[in-house]
Design a protein around this ligand. Structure first.
Ligand code: HEM
Length: 450
């Protein structure tokens, strides 16, 4: 903190022991704040971000320790928890699993769980219950899709897939959906029950995953890996020193789950809300789907032609970024003009704040306008290339972004061909930051069969 101050950075005076937790909503774009007893450099200035990150490769960024300790039960020793050469090895082994050919092979696996959910909606509507909490439904289904595409697990009640999913959700609820104070000294012990519960769940999840991996290893002859993320990771890339240990595989399995299912589920849920509010866009997307697929099956080769749907996704990720921020820790002194970010500094990058900055987007910043991506497909007309970062930036950019795009298109296509959506009077708008950006009171919509 003293170094940051000496180097020209300022911020509000912290109070003990909460730091500046209560003052985090202001309009500044670059300042120091305290998360409990941890100083952070807050950045929502794209030009500063560009200068700060130019020349720093992915492996040179560190992980913020205060989060690392807290999130261990969720991410184990997965990619988001490792640094330096270890991170390079993880990323190297995992990247091929997300290649377009592998993703295409996964697309068909998404249809059955999504269709099951839609059949359930049809039954609810038939029995006179047209109001459906789409967020809860979609989150469960994305968990199912993640279980199938990541680990090839069948997801039936009582199966190891569903037991795993229940425990993964429980650990997340324990760690994030409650009032825990990250950064506040001894906060772990302000709620010791929850801390111990998270640890216990973490261990049970690890055991379940180890038994899944062991079962795979025992019947695998080393020739052709299974075509899901776990199988592809277990295969490594055949290079010496480029494989993952069982503990690391367990960490990656958990990482895919937590990074993947909820973010994509939220992108879909916020989309349905916005399509319910803007029926014209709902009709445009439905027309696009019909023109492409008629009333028949999805042709996975043609998903790239869902152009308007992609604009809508991008606009949703701008307005309601499921991952509203990301963090880095400096591993060396970083010079930005005449300021120096000292080695060891925690950096908090506020993505969602930049997405709502009128100086970057203009006066219509808060409007839902997917066609901003028509003329500028990558940045939606944002005045700065680092102002639109739904998947982060640089070498650490989200590895699952193409998987998300595919899941989004498959599931939304199936939804729009069978149902229409309108707002329910019981919906209360309250996007809340609970690790991701979620509708605090759920997302009830009125769903009608077409
Ligand atoms: C709408 C969906 C998603 C959003 C908005 C999202 C967003 C992000 C963001 C902002 C980051 C941080 C990048 C940075 O710090 O620069 C990230 C990293 C990551 N995401 Fe995603 N993500 C999504 C879906 C997924 C999916 C489906 C998976 C995997 C199955 C995934 C796996 C990861 C992993 C492993 C990392 C860490 C990468 C690294 O440290 O090298 N994400 N994501």
């Amino acid at each position: 903190y003293r170094k940051l101050k000496k180097n020209g950075f300022v911020g509000p005076i912290p109070s003990f022991p909460m730091g500046n937790i209560r003052e985090m909503t202001n309009n500044r774009k670059l300042f120091i704040y305290w998360l409990g007893a941890e100083p952070f450099l807050y950045v929502a200035d794209p030009e500063f971000l560009r200068k700060m990150s130019s020349g720093v490769v992915g492996k040179s960024w560190g992980i913020v320790k205060v989060f690392k300790n807290n999130r261990e039960p969720m991410f184990g020793s997965g990619m988001v928890m490792v640094e330096g050469d270890d991170w390079v090895r993880h990323r190297h082994v995992i990247t091929p699993a997300f290649s377009p050919s592998h993703l295409k092979a996964m697309a068909s696996l998404m249809v059955e769980p999504a269709t099951n959910m839609l059949d359930k909606w049809a039954t609810l509507i038939n029995s006179g219950k047209p109001e459906i909490d789409v967020e809860r439904e979609i989150t469960t289904t994305m968990g199912e899709i993640t279980a199938v595409t990541s680990f090839g697990l069948s997801y039936r009640d009582g199966s190891s897939g569903s037991r795993l999913f229940e425990k993964l959700q429980a650990v997340q609820d324990t760690l994030f959906n409650s009032n825990r104070y990250e950064g506040v000294p001894f906060s772990k012990w302000m709620c010791p029950k929850k801390t111990l519960e998270a640890k216990r769940l973490g261990k049970e999840i690890d055991q379940l995953l180890i038994s899944i991996i062991d079962a795979r290893k025992s019947c695998w002859d080393g020739s052709s890996p299974r075509n899901d993320l776990l199988g592809l990771m277990m295969n490594g890339d055949g290079q010496a020193g480029m494989s993952l240990s069982t503990t690391e595989l367990v960490g990656e399995c958990k990482t895919f789950f937590f990074s993947g299912y909820e973010t994509t589920a939220l992108a879909l849920s916020w989309t349905l809300l916005l399509l319910a509010m803007y029926p014209d866009w709902q009709n445009q997307l439905r027309d696009e789907v019909r023109q492409l697929f008629g009333d028949g099956q999805i042709n996975f080769e043609k998903l790239t032609d869902l152009i308007k749907m992609e604009w809508v996704l991008k606009e949703v990720l701008r307005l309601y970024s499921p991952a509203p921020n990301t963090q880095r820790q400096a591993r060396e002194d970083i010079k930005v003009d005449d300021l120096v970010i000292p080695n060891g500094t925690n950096i908090w990058i506020d993505i969602v704040s930049m997405h709502h900055d009128p100086t970057l987007w203009g006066d219509d910043v808060n409007d839902f306008r997917p066609d901003r991506f028509k003329d500028d497909n990558l940045y939606g007309g944002c005045k700065h290339k680092m102002g639109y970062l739904p998947f982060g930036f640089g070498g650490k950019m989200c590895i699952g972004r193409n998987l998300t795009l595919m899941e989004y298109k498959v599931v939304l296509t199936l939804m729009l061909t069978r149902f229409s959506f309108s707002l329910s009077p019981s919906y209360r708008h309250s996007p809340a930051f609970m690790f991701s950006l979620r509708p605090k009171y759920g997302l009830p919509l009125l769903v009608e069969r077409l």
